[in-house]
Design a protein around this ligand. Sequence first.
Ligand code: SF4
Ligand code: SF4
Length: 190
Amino acid sequence: MSAPGYFRNIYDTVVSIAIGMKITLKYCFQKTVTVQYPEQRLTFAPRYRGIHEFEADQCIACDLCAKACPVDCIYIDKTAPRKIDKKTGKASGGELLRFAIDYSKCLFCALCTEPCPTECIHMGKLHDLSCYSREDVVVEFAELDKKGQRTPIPLWMERNAEKIPWVKEEYERVKAGKLATTAADIKPVK
Ligand code: SF4
Ligand code: SF4
């Protein structure tokens, strides 16, 4: 290599390092946009659409939510028709054998909440259902109802509930079957 070529290489290297460092320094002093989850968390908009919350005791198994679903990811099975008992305000008649949603397909579009005549299916605010198998992303809501839950308890929540105060609060809410919000539901036109 000639002497000019040698010095040209050194010059190019120094310039490219300087450009790289300039970009790095620029981002060093910018406002951080990520958070150390789950120790820290961001606030969701009230209309955020997360994992569903389902009130099985109000479901008449009419299939309207499943028919409205654009990806056919709601599975319902019953022994006989159900209807709301006017005295108790709960669904009675046949048994709700299955109400499941496959979250490997769900688009979180909320279209299933719109036609529900008893307003028993809502978009919740949990967003993370990470798990170890494909079967675990199919949530069996009718089975959860037997434990008094409206929505599943994700693995990360179970593992961090004792360590992180806000996670414990959410864990206890889900375990007690309390709804988070119904703000994300698409309200039917009256
Ligand atoms: S949110 Fe949309 S895709 Fe998911 S179950 Fe409801 S209708 Fe189907
Ligand atoms: S539309 Fe409502 S009542 Fe009918 S099956 Fe779906 S969740 Fe149950």
